[in-house]
Every structure is written in structure tokens, then in C-alpha cells.
Write a protein that binds this ligand. Sequence first.
Ligand SMILES: [Cu+2]
Length: 272
Amino acid sequence: MTAPRTARLTTLIVLPAALCLAAAIPAAAHPGHSAGKAADGSESYQVDLEQLNDSGAHGTAMLTLDGRELNVKIDASGLVPGQPHAQHLHGSTDGHDFHCPDASADKNGDGIVTTAEGLPVYGDINISLTTKGDTSKKSGLDVTRMPVADKDGKLSYERTLTVSQQVADHIKDLHVVQHGIDPNGNDKYDFGKGKSELDPKLPQEATAPASCGMVAGAAVGSMPVGGVETGSGGTQGVESPGLFAAGGAALLGAAALGVTARRRRTAATDTH
Ligand SMILES: [Cu+2]
């Protein structure tokens, strides 16, 4: 019953990324937000990476699927300069609808959505976007094989992987997460925010998510939330009243998230 939440969040979150990209990329080079099918039969999905944890990171990922060959291209900026950034495709290929978290995922209220706090929202690591070698979940924190941001905090990554048929079938259900933040602004990962709960040898700063992006248009097929937000009490736009009753709590949660996301959009519009 998280589908409506995803639909609304997608709508709310895509806009600042669009503004940001419009400024950064010439119109001709901008492929647009819808998935495109190329003449060779490959399909491309654009992912707009939005900052998490006030990291200032943002960017674009292109996922191009040709059968089971997945080309992943990421251009990001605003990352911690000179530092490796673990990056993954998170989510599920069995229909569970994960999505990018917002600040409400910060359960202990320390101001950081850690990777552990984000996991219930964005799902487990499905593919580790390493620079070479293994791309399974077990390489998730192998920062020696993760791309490193340059001195300006820019990171470019491209790799073609062979993925499972499940991943190929559910590519729209996956999302890109880049990790590594620097809240105290000293251009390195330190233990100022404590240890990573994933690997105590790593600082929290190294593993906390810096950005997350969902495949644009991935919410197609999600239930519309219709009359829920207006408080009319109707179930208009919801596929079945039974589902609505069962999902009431989830929808209330979605409404709260929507408010947060809208606030973030206002802030993002102001700063971009
Ligand atoms: Cu990750």
C-alpha cells in the first residue's frame, strides 16, 4: 500500500531536479524524462539524483537496458571531493514498492538519514555499482572499488553489467543511491557523526546516503490518491474502497510525507 506515496513523492520530487537540470544541461542534450526506446531496441531510463542529508549532491543517472545488458551512466556533482562514493541500485524485483526516503526516515532524529534508516524506505542493495569486479550486494561497501569524486566533487561513472532477468524486468522498481556525506565540511570522511552501523570501521559519513533518484515515470500504474488529500472523505480515484480502508494508515503517512516534500521543493526552488 505504499504505491500512492510513491506516486505523490515522484510528482513532488521531480520538479526541483528538472529545474536544476534545465540550468545545467543544454536543451539538445537533455533526453527528457520519459523512458525512451532506441532504434536498436535498447530502452533508456533517466534517474534524477536528489540530495539527501543536505549533502548538496545531485546529478543524473541513465540506465540503458538492452536485453540483460545494463549500461549505467552517472554524472553527479556536489559530492565530497577526493573521496570514494559507494553507489548502488537499491530496491526489490519482487514487486515491493520501495522509493527514495526523505528526512522523515531519520528515526533517531540526529539529523542524518543513515543507510540503515534509509533501508526500510529505499530497500536493500540489489546491485553494487562498483568500478570493476563483483557487483553483488556483498561489494556494497568496498570503497576501494567505488568511484571517487574529483577535487570539485564531481563524479562520472559508466559501466555495462549483465543483470538477471528479474532486474531487467523490474528496472523501473530500482533506484540509484550514492553514499558519502561531509556535514562538517572538512572534505573528508571522519567520525564526527559516529561509526557506520553497517561497518564500524567506516565513519557514518562514508556510508550515509548523499543522493537518491528513482526512474522517472516509474510510478505509472500506481494507484492515484484522488480525493484523499482534499479531505472530502471520498474514495474517488482509489481503485477499491476495501483497499482504501486497508491502506488508510499508509495514506495518512503519505500525506505527511507530501507536506515535507513540498517544503523541500520550495527550498530547492529558491536555491537553484
Ligand atoms: Cu546504497
